[in-house]
Design a protein around this ligand. Structure first.
Ligand code: ADP
Ligand code: MG
Length: 724
C-alpha cells in the first residue's frame, strides 16, 4: 500500500510497533471491586451505628444523617489515601453526554506551616463546582443561583487511576440552588421513584400483600470502533467530530460478513483485557466481548445492574474505553457513524423492573397469578410506547445518532414495539375478546392462559425493531453508542409509571362495578389493546412498506431527524407526563429542550466548518497539484507527438469546480444565524446544512477516487479499518 509520506510513516509505525504484552490474567477475587469503597469495606471501618444509619440511607433512600457524614468522610479519605489518592472529585453528569468532575486536594495547610489531609462531612456531601460552564438551558439565569453537587449515596465511591495520579471519585447529583435538575442523574432517580410508587400501587391492587420498593435495571451493550492513533491523528475530522467527514469506501467493506464473531485481533484482545481488568477493579461486571459486524468494530456488555448504578458504570465504561485505548495506541470511537457505508454503533439498553418480593415483573411467570401480573406490566409498556413514542424518539435524538437511525442497519426512526409471536398472539386474543391460550399453552379456569414456555430463542428476535421484548426485558435498540443511558431510562421509567397509574385507576373502577379481579385485568388490557395496538409490530422495520404502513395506516410518527424529534419535548402531553410524575418540572424540561437543541445546532455547525476547511486546505490542494502534474504530462506528451487520455484530468477539474461551488453554498448556509426560533434553526441545520455537507463530501470522495495515492493527504478507509 503506498501513500503520501505521512500515511506511509503511520503504516510503518503501526506495523513495526512494539507489542504490548498480554496481561497475565489476574484472579478475579484479587481484582474485584478493589478500587470501590464498598459496603463491606465501610462496615469494616465504620462504627456500628454509623454504618447502620448509612446502610439505611442507601437501601431505603432515607435522608443521610448529617452527623454521620463526617465519620464516613474521614473513613473514606483514609481508604482513598491508602490507595494512593491525593485528590477527591465530585463526579456528575451534566446535560451533555459527558462525565464531569472537579478535583480538589485533601491537603489543608496549617497555621504553623505544616499540612494535614482533611475531608469533612460537608465536603463529602456537597460540592460547588463552577457550574457556569455547563449547559443549563436558562435555568440558572432565571433563578440566579449557582449549581451544587450532592453525594448520591446509592452509587458507591471509588478511586480512579489516570496518568495524573489517583483520585477519589464521589458520584453526585448536580442541581441548581433552587433544586432544579441540571444533570442526567437527578431525573433518573426521580423516575425510578415514580415508577416504584406506581408499580407498588398496582401490585397491591393485584392482591400482593407484601410488596417491596421496585427498581429499574439496565444492561447496556456498547459498540465501538478502534482506529490506530497514527491514522486518527492525521484525520482532523476523526479527532474533532469523532467521524469521517470525507472518505471513499474501501474495496473491502463488511460485505463478506467475516468480522462478526470472528477471532478478535491479538492487539485488540490485549486492549480488551486491560479494559476489563480496570472495570473489574471498579466493580463493573463486564461480561461479554466480541467483534461486531463492521471491520474494526467491537462490543462490550456488562451484566445488568440497578439503573442508577448501571448508568454511572456505563459512563465509566465509555471513559475507560477511551482512556485505555490511548495507552494501546488506538483511538476509541464511540460515535454512532464514524464511517460511511458500513454499520454504525449503537447501545442496546436492556431494561426491566423488579423488586425483592415479586421479582422481575417483565418475566412471564409459571402460574396464572404471575402471568396476569406479567401481562399487566407488559400492557403498561405497550400503552406507554404508543402514547409517548415521540418522547422515546426525542430521548435518543442527537446529531450523531441521526446518521444511524433509519439507515437500513439500525432501527427506523419510527417507534414501535416488538413482542414476539406468542405474546403478540395473547394480546390479540385479549383484544378480540376470545382468550384461548397460545399454542402449547393451556387455558386456566379463570380464562387466563398460562404462558410457561416462552420462546426465548434468538430466532424469535427481531433485529429491525427499535424496541423489542427479549424474553424477560425490553431492549431499546435505537439508543446511540455515544449517549448516556440515563435519558432513555428516564423516559421508559416515566411512561411506565404513567401507564401503571392509569391501569390502577381503571382497575379500581372496574372492581368497584363488581367485576372479579382477573376479569377486570383482562378488561383493562382489552382497552389498552383497542387504543394502542397500532404500536405493536413484528415485521421488517427496515422495509419501505413498513414506513408507509406505520405512518399512513397506523398513525405512528416517523421523525427522521433530531430537528423533527426534539420539539416533542414541548408537547403538552409530554410536559404533563413529566410534571405529573414528579420527574421534571416544565421549566426543567424546557431547559433540556434548549440544551439539546443547542448541542445539535453546534455539532452540525462545527462539522460544516470542518468540512469547508478540510475541503479547502487538504483536498483542493491535492487535487490541483495532481491536475497540474497531469496537465504537464499531457502537454509534454503532445509536444513529442503522443496523445494521453484526458479523462482523469477532466474528472478532477469537474469535481474540483463542483466542490468549490458547494463549499461556497455551505459557507453561506453555515453563516446564517438569524432564525425566528430554535426549531427553525434546527430545521435549517438538518435540511440545508447537512445535505450541503454531503454534497461537498461527494466531490471530495470523487477526487479521492481519481487523485494519485501518493498525493492523497488523508488516511484512507482501508487503512483505518484494516491496519491494526
Ligand atoms: P444479546 O443476546 O442481546 O447480545 P445478552 O444476553 O448478551 O444479550 O444480554 C444483553 C444485556 O442484557 C446484558 O447486559 C445482560 O446483563 C442484560 N440483561 C439480561 N437480563 C436482563 C434483565 N432482566 N433486565 C435488564 N437487563 C438484562
Ligand atoms: Mg442485545
Amino acid at each position: 500500500m503506498s501513500g503520501n509520506a505521512l500515511r506511509s510513516h503511520a503504516i510503518d509505525q503501526i506495523t513495526n510497533r512494539e507489542k504490548l504484552p498480554p496481561k497475565l490474567p489476574s484472579r478475579l477475587e484479587e481484582l474485584w471491586s478493589v478500587d470501590v469503597f464498598t459496603l463491606t469495606k465501610m462496615q469494616a471501618c465504620l462504627p456500628k451505628d454509623v454504618f447502620k444509619s448509612l446502610k439505611k440511607t442507601i437501601k431505603e433512600g432515607t435522608k443521610l444523617d448529617i452527623s454521620v457524614s463526617g465519620i464516613v468522610a474521614a473513613a473514606m479519605k483514609d481508604w482513598a489515601i491508602s490507595k494512593g489518592a491525593l485528590y477527591y472529585a465530585h463526579v456528575f453528569y451534566p446535560m451533555t453526554n459527558i462525565t464531569a468532575e472537579k478535583h480538589d486536594s485533601f491537603i489543608s495547610p496549617q497555621s504553623d506551616g505544616s499540612v494535614i489531609t482533611e475531608f469533612t462531612g460537608k465536603l463529602l456531601v456537597q460540592g460547588e463546582p463552577d457550574g457556569s460552564s455547563f449547559p443549563n438551558g436558562g435555568i440558572r439565569d432565571t433563578s440566579a443561583a449557582r449549581g451544587y453537587t450532592a453525594w448520591d449515596v446509592t452509587s458507591p465511591a471509588y478511586v480512579m487511576e489516570t496518568d495524573n495520579g489517583v483520585t477519589l471519585c464521589i458520584p453526585t447529583v448536580f442541581v441548581s440552588w433552587t433544586g432544579e435538575a441540571l444533570d442526567k442523574k437527578t431525573p433518573l432517580l426521580r423516575s425510578n421513584a415514580a415508577m416504584s410508587k406506581a408499580a407498588m400501587r398496582l401490585l397491591k391492587l393485584l392482591g400482593n400483600s407484601d410488596v417491596a420498593p421496585l427498581n429499574s435495571s439496565c444492561g447496556a451493550e456498547q459498540e465501538y470502533f478502534l482506529v490506530d492513533s497514527h491514522f486518527a491523528h492525521a484525520r482532523p475530522d476523526l479527532l474533532m467530530t469523532g467521524r469521517t467527514l470525507f472518505g471513499l469506501s474501501s474495496a473491502k467493506g463488511q460485505q463478506f460478513e467475516d468480522h462478526y464473531f470472528g477471532a478478535i485481533p491479538e492487539r485488540v484482545q490485549v486492549f480488551m483485557q486491560d479494559v476489563e481488568e480496570r472495570l473489574y477493579r471498579l466493580g463493573i461486571p463486564a461480561k461479554t466481548r466480541h467483534n461486531e459486524v463492521a471491520p474494526g468494530q467491537f462490543e462490550i456488555a456488562p451484566v445488568y445492574e440497578a439503573a442508577n448504578v448501571a448508568s454511572d458504570h456505563q459512563q465509566m465504561i465509555m471513559t475507560l474505553l477511551r482512556m485505555v485505548a490511548k495507552k494501546h495506541g488506538f483511538i476509541c470511537l464511540l460515535h454512532e457513524k464514524p464511517f460511511a457505508g458500513i454499520n454504525g454503533s449503537g447501545k442496546h439498553v436492556n431494561w426491566s423492573i423488579g423488586n425483592s418480593t415479586q421479582g422481575n415483573l417483565l418475566d412471564p411467570g409459571n402460574n396464572p397469578h404471575e402471568n396476569i401480573q406479567f401481562l399487566m406490566f407488559c400492557g403498561a409498556v405497550i400503552r406507554g410506547v404508543h402514547k409517548f413514542g415521540p418522547l422515546m424518539r426525542a430521548a435518543i435524538a442527537t446529531a450523531s445518532n441521526d446518521h444511524r437511525l433509519g439507515a437500513n442497519e439500525a432501527p427506523p426512526a419510527i417507534i414501535s414495539v416488538y413482542l414476539g409471536s406468542q405474546i403478540e398472539a395473547v394480546f390479540n386474543q385479549i383484544k378480540a375478546g376470545n382468550l384461548t391460550g397460545v399454542p402449547d399453552g393451556g387455558l386456566m379456569k379463570l380464562g387466563v392462559p398460562t404462558l410457561p414456555d416462552f420462546d426465548k430463542d434468538a430466532g424469535d428476535r427481531n433485529r429491525t425493531s427499535p424496541f423489542a421484548f427479549t424474553g424477560n426485558r425490553f431492549e431499546f435498540r435505537a439508543v446511540g453508542s455515544s449517549q448516556s443511558v440515563s435519558g432513555p431510562l428516564v423516559s421508559l421509567n416515566t411512561i411506565l409509571a404513567d401507564s401503571l397509574n392509569w391501569m390502577s385507576d381503571e382497575l379500581t373502577a372496574e372492581i368497584a362495578k363488581g367485576t372479579k379481579l382477573e376479569k377486570a385485568c383482562i378488561a383493562v388490557l382489552k382497552t389498552i389493546m383497542e387504543q394502542h395496538s397500532a404500536v405493536i409490530f413484528g415485521g421488517n422495520g427496515y422495509s419501505e412498506e413498513w414506513h408507509k404502513e406505520a405512518v399512513e395506516s397506523r398513525g405512528l410518527l416517523n421523525l427522521p431527524t433530531t430537528a423533527d424529534a426534539l420539539p416533542y419535548l414541548k408537547d403538552k402531553a409530554i410536559v404533563e407526563l413529566f410534571e405529573k410524575n414528579g420527574v421534571l418540572s416544565p421549566a426543567e424540561l424546557e431547559s433540556r429542550f434548549e440544551v439539546y437543541s443547542e448541542q445539535y445546532i453546534k455539532v452540525i455547525e462545527m462539522e460544516a466548518n470542518l468540512v469547508v476547511s478540510m475541503a479547502k486546505t487538504s483536498i483542493y490542494p491535492a487535487a490541483v497539484r495532481y491536475l497540474a502534474e497531469l496537465s504537464n504530462a499531457i502537454a509534454a506528451a503532445k509536444s513529442v507527438g503522443l496523445s494521453l487520455d484526458t479523462n482523469t484530468a477532466e474528472n478532477i477539474a469537474s469535481w474540483t469546480k463542483k466542490m468549490t461551488d458547494k463549499i461556497g453554498e455551505l459557507e453561506s448556509a453555515a453563516a446564517k444565524h438569524d432564525f425566528d426560533s430554535t426549531e427553525a434553526h434546527m430545521q435549517h441545520s438538518a435540511k440545508v446544512i447537512r445535505p450541503l455537507m454531503d454534497a461537498v463530501r461527494e466531490c471530495g470522495d470523487g477526487l479521492e477516487y481519481e487523485v494519485a495515492d501518493d498525493l492523497w493527504p488523508l488516511p484512507k478507509y482501508q487503512e483505518m479499518l484494516f491496519i491494526k
